[in-house]
Design a protein around this ligand. Structure first.
Ligand code: KPL
Length: 314
């Protein structure tokens, strides 16, 4: 597997810029980064590291319909879940067949579709890195996390290893895994129990521990645990309902002061990712003949809260 040197990052949100700016710190090793969006951002971007140090780098900026040349060694699709298909469609025409694609979306919606459709190897990534955009030319890396990468069928191991090495070397701890499908479902389970409720009630994650929200979270966890059992996805630690419960409350405690991504979307008037997070749960419940009234009600409420417009690389 050749070194992954030329990276196109599609979607200049907080995570996209974090990945771009961290990779750009390895320029002396031959790493080249281009950041692609709907519009061109300021070429000089600053990353504020978790210890408060500003790192400024000049990045190649381009738009998805006029990408730079030469072609990349790897494309990272870091758009919101609802924008991934459209961004991929626009970009695919500019990519030589065989170009590896990395999908960084939340939920479990576009991943199987794009794995099928893309003319080259596809990896999925899930990360607990925390970042937010402070301004047009500034992103804050709020907290260190861990990134896992792998193909849905567990294949492309050498590519996943090379990518994990590249990210790791750039200051984003990463590891290749053979079970990324289960990892994506585990993150989806956490997101489903936290994000719709905090977005609906406009509260920080930690407030879910208080009345009247706690029983609402518990009710969602019970439905999620039932779906996961039917899908054969186990919690990362512990077993069954207790394992899912422990995971969700651990994440709530660890992110108590955060405004979850879905709440940030609602507050900013953006579409939310509810379809990519709750949609696969509802589809799985229907497949297994399960009634999930709480999740169905959240989906209906979220549909009313924000229109889920398809939007190219945001
Ligand atoms: O992933 C998250 C998000 O904000 O989207 C957390 C904070 C873990 C809650 O689901």
């Amino acid at each position: 597997m050749s070194e992954l040197n030329r990276h196109w990052i599609v979607g200049p949100g907080a995570l996209g810029r974090l990945i771009a700016l961290r990779l750009a710190t390895r320029a002396s090793e031959g790493v080249e980064v281009a950041l692609l969006g709907r519009r061109r951002l300021a070429a000089s971007q600053t990353l504020v590291t978790p210890d408060g140090t500003p790192l400024t780098r000049a990045l190649t900026m381009a738009t998805v319909d006029t990408p730079p040349s030469p072609p990349p060694d790897v494309v990272h699709l870091v758009t919101k879940a609802y924008a991934a298909d459209a961004a991929h469609r626009t970009l695919a025409a500019h990519l030589p067949p065989g170009t590896p694609l990395v999908l960084w979306q939340n939920g479990f919606d576009c991943q199987p579709r794009l794995t099928e459709r893309h003319a080259g190897p596809v990896l999925c990534a899930t990360t607990t890195e925390g970042a937010f955009v402070a301004s047009d030319d500034r992103v804050v890396h709020a907290g260190h996390g861990q990134t896992l990468v792998g193909a849905l069928d567990g294949g492309h191991r050498a590519l996943a290893d090379a990518l994990a090495r590249r990210l790791d070397g750039a200051g984003l701890p990463a590891r290749a895994v053979g079970d990324i499908r289960a990892r994506l479902w585990q993150k989806l389970a956490v997101n489903a129990a936290i994000n719709p409720l905090v977005a609906r009630f406009r509260i920080r994650n930690g407030q879910l521990r208080d009345r009247p929200f706690r029983p609402m979270v518990e009710a969602v966890i019970i439905e999620v645990a039932g779906i996961m059992a039917a899908e054969g996805v186990a919690p990362p630690e512990g077993e069954g309902l207790e394992g899912w419960r422990a995971l969700v409350w651990r994440v709530v405690a660890g992110t108590a002061n955060n405004r979850a991504s879905m709440l940030q979307d609602v507050l900013a008037g953006r579409p939310t990712e509810h379809r990519a997070i709750l949609g696969p749960l509802l589809a799985a419940a229907a497949r297994h003949g399960q009634e999930v009234p709480r999740i169905a009600a959240l989906q209906a409420e979220l549909c009313g809260l924000a229109t889920n417009l398809a939007d190219p690389a945001s």
